[in-house]
Design a protein around this ligand. Structure first.
Ligand SMILES: Nc1ncnc2c1ncn2[C@@H]1O[C@H](COP(=O)(O)OP(=O)(O)O)[C@@H](O)[C@H]1O
Ligand SMILES: [Mg+2]
Length: 417
């Protein structure tokens, strides 16, 4: 009965579509293994069919074709579980036969049928991707069935593995793409942030420069205009007092004396304000001399020692460096005087490579820079001023020594090296 069905199928030499129809019509509920037997020997085919027709848990459906072209046509049109392949066909010989079938139907495992004396060919076929080889005429039923089952199982396992590998590769590609996208976004944000910071720095620098420029102009204005006018007024009053002394009443004379003294006070005040806005020593003699001048005043009884590298004694720095270092010195001295209870303050201006280095050191009580970070306006503004010049600002403090160090790139130092 089983046998009859298998033969019936073997007889169908029609188009693959018809074969499919016929097979569909008689398909049974029990498991079926569909075999495409490719070989040009009908007796071999008969023998194989007979062997496989014996009752088993699996039913074998054998479709037999003789040529490679037919085999390809069948494999493409229908689903087979395995191809049993004779290597010598009328239209294809040897390894080419395996390659062709594999190329046309990669999803179907191949077991090669070799002649008696051709074991090497079988091994070569396995290398080409065949699952196994069987020697024709030597295969008993057990061996044949086993080879077919193992070939199918091995092939399934390989395909599952390949699918899993493809899946993994796809995952890797996806993750890599996602990472690259995130990375690009981050990179963009970093660039944007750097740009914003640069713009902010530039704006700060501009503001600071503008502020100093206005101070300078206000200082000149006060000194040259208001100051001079006051001096002129004082002279006029003194002249009138000297020439018209006799004609003046005592109270008028006293009033004028009072006015002269008020003039003197105003002149001093205007000068002080104008000097505070822009120290004249800085403008006239440069940073080194101006520092000595600041130090020379002493700080409320605390002696200040100012030293400079000999090379910088007569050096002039660009305006913004001079003002910055001068203002920092003023603020640091004010801090020392207010907060440190020091007995000695030292200021040093020198070069380190192409950087000018200013240090202000006191021997006072010290403080913890971490604790005051971001609180005192003095340090914030010192920091900003230095940053504007592309320099660094550093504070180190412990009981007994507070040391502020400012480093700014400077041509004056580069040329003195
Ligand atoms: N030379 C110093 N010795 C001890 N403490 C100091 C010294 N300089 C600064 N400090 C501490 O650091 C704080 C912050 O200083 P600063 O930023 O100049 O702000 P301010 O002087 O307005 O308090 C000060 O309040 C003080 O506690
Ligand atoms: Mg301060």
């Amino acid at each position: 009965m089983e046998n009859g069905r298998a033969i019936e199928i073997l007889r169908v030499e029609d188009s693959p579509a018809n074969v499919r129809l016929t097979q569909g019509a008689i398909r049974m509920a029990e498991p079926v293994t569909r075999i495409l037997l490719v070989g040009d020997s009908p007796p071999d085919a008969q023998l194989l069919r007979a062997i496989l027709a014996e009752p088993d848990v699996v039913r074998y459906e054998v479709t037999h074709v003789q040529r490679l072209t037919e085999a390809v046509r069948y494999l493409q049109a229908d689903r087979f579980d395995i191809t049993l392949l004779d290597l010598s066909l009328p239209d294809s010989q040897g390894m080419e036969t395996v390659r062709n079938i594999r190329r046309e139907a990669p999803g179907v495992p191949i077991v090669v049928l070799t002649g008696l004396d051709d074991e090497t060919l079988g091994i070569a076929a396995v290398r080409e991707g065949a699952q196994d080889y069987l020697v024709k005429g030597q295969s008993d039923r057990r061996l044949l069935v086993r080879a077919i089952r193992y070939a199918i199982e091995r092939h399934r396992a390989e395909e599952a593995l390949a699918r899993y590998r493809d899946h993994l590769e796809e995952l890797v590609v996806q993750r890599t793409e996602a990472l690259a996208a995130t990375n690009a976004v981050l990179q963009e944000q970093i660039v944007e942030r750097a740009r914003a910071e640069e713009a902010l720095d530039a704006a700060r620098h501009k503001l600071e420069t503008e502020r100093e420029r206005q101070r300078l102009s206000l200082a000149s204005e006060l000194h040259d205009s208001v100051g001079q006018e006051l001096i002129g007024m004082k002279f006029t009053l003194e002249r009138v007092m000297a020439t018209s002394k006799a004609g003046l009443t005592d109270s008028a004379l006293a009033g004028m004396k009072e006015a002269v003294s008020q003039c003197s006070d105003l002149i001093r005040e205007v000068r002080a304000i104008s000097h505070g806005l822009y120290p004249p020593a800085l403008r006239a003699f440069g940073l080194t001399q101006a520092l000595k001048h600041v130090g020379g005043d002493g700080q409320q009884g605390i002696p200040v020692v100012v030293t400079t590298d000999a090379a910088l004694e007569a050096a002039r720095f660009p305006n913004d460096i001079e003002i910055t270092l001068y203002r920092i010195t003023q603020e640091a001295l004010l801090n020392a005087q207010r907060h440190s209870r020091a007995t000695r303050i030292a200021i040093h201006l020198g070069c380190d490579g192409d950087h000018a280095v200013l240090t202000i050191t006191d021997d006072g009580v010290g403080f913890s820079p971490d604790k005051v970070a971001g609180r005192g306006l003095g340090f914030i503004s010192m920091n900003e001023r230095v940053a504007n010049l592309g320099g660094t600002f550093n504070v180190r403090s412990e009981p007994g020594e507070t040391r502020i160090e400012v480093r700014v790139p400077s041509q004056a130092c580069a040329t003195h090296e």
